[in-house]
Design a protein around this ligand. Sequence first.
Ligand code: SF4
Length: 90
Amino acid sequence: MGTSLQVDRVRCEGFGMCAELLPEVIELDDWGYPIVRGGLLPEDLRDLAERAVEVCPVLALRLVPPERVRSALQPRSLAPHTVLRSHGGG
Ligand code: SF4
């Protein structure tokens, strides 16, 4: 199993440099934000992926090692004791 390249969508500001470095894996959506194709990174693109991580001005890219890919892809859930309140009238 290989490494996965992941984008922090909150941090990313859409400068697009990562897609210029790694067009085989990253394309930009209509607003200039990256879409990472496929799940695992081909080994021959690893050096370029590391370079893309280094040049991202807001540190929004990261390489996830094989043993952490599965947990990194799991959606986060609310803690069991979290209470959601509405502030409607009354
Ligand atoms: S280089 Fe960083 S900020 Fe720019 S599009 Fe890629 S992930 Fe987003």
